[in-house]
Design a protein around this ligand. Structure first.
Ligand code: FMN
Length: 213
């Protein structure tokens, strides 16, 4: 009988090395409004990820990575300059193992800037988990989050049940950007723990069986 122990050991160690690599989390700051509050919430979220040994964070701020709002005709190349703009964001989404979307609520939904960035991509979202940190008025952005779940389902992404939300968000942080209610920090940990479970599970699964949409 051939000795298969060596190759099995190699496969096991390659698998563990792959599994041990910190999860790459793209934090998407969805609002682009002048005077926006979003950077406070995104910075706080980023801080939570950076505290963890099992994750590394990449902040994708849609102000810094603007994308056109005019899409090309089907089968046609995008307008001149579009590829350069996409190059600043698409590879970062493609490399991410998971996403945290930081979204406000605009008119009971998500901002157009966020939907535009989502729509410019497709396979970058596939078979990856998406967690949410939301803020807004009385609903804390939860209506935006519930609608985003529908959008991400269409993109073969899976959304995380646990969310972090800040009703009246502007009053929930101190001047250093720390959340004033410790329950928010606990909620972030719960959401990120769930995100990590899904991100590991899906990354491991894709290593064995590439995702076919
Ligand atoms: C166009 C617009 C519509 C809004 N609609 C809602 C809303 O439907 N529900 C809500 O709770 N807050 C609403 N707000 C309040 C925002 O959620 C809140 O101001 C938030 O801080 C906006 O995020 P930003 O400052 O990062 O742009 C709205 C704000 C704007 C600018």
């Amino acid at each position: 009988m051939p000795d298969t122990r060596h190759s099995a050991d190699c496969a096991d160690s390659a698998h563990s090395a792959h599994s041990a690599r910190p999860l790459r989390i793209a934090v998407i700051a969805g609002s682009t409004r002048d005077g926006r509050f979003g950077p406070v919430v995104a910075g706080w979220t980023l801080g939570h990820i950076q505290q963890r040994e099992d994750m590394s964070a990449d902040l994708v701020d849609l102000v810094e990575t603007p994308l056109p709002t005019v899409f090309p005709a089907f089968g046609q190349p995008p307008a001149a300059g579009t590829e350069e703009l996409l190059a600043a964001v698409s590879p970062r989404l493609a490399e991410a193992d998971a996403f945290v979307v930081v979204t406000p609520e605009y008119n009971h939904s998500f901002p157009a800037s966020l939907k535009n960035a989502i729509d410019w991509h497709n396979k970058e979202w596939h078979a990856k988990p998406v967690g949410f940190v939301s803020y807004g008025g009385i609903s804390g952005g939860l209506r935006a989050v519930e609608q985003l779940r529908l959008v991400f389902a269409e993109l073969n992404a899976t959304t995380i049940r646990e969310t972090v939300c800040f009703p009246g968000g502007w009053a929930k942080f101190d001047t250093d950007g720390a959340a004033t209610d410790p329950a928010s920090d606990a909620a972030a940990k719960t959401m990120l723990d769930q995100l990590a479970w899904w991100a590991h599970a899906l990354r491991d699964a894709k290593a064995v069986r590439p995702y076919a949409a």
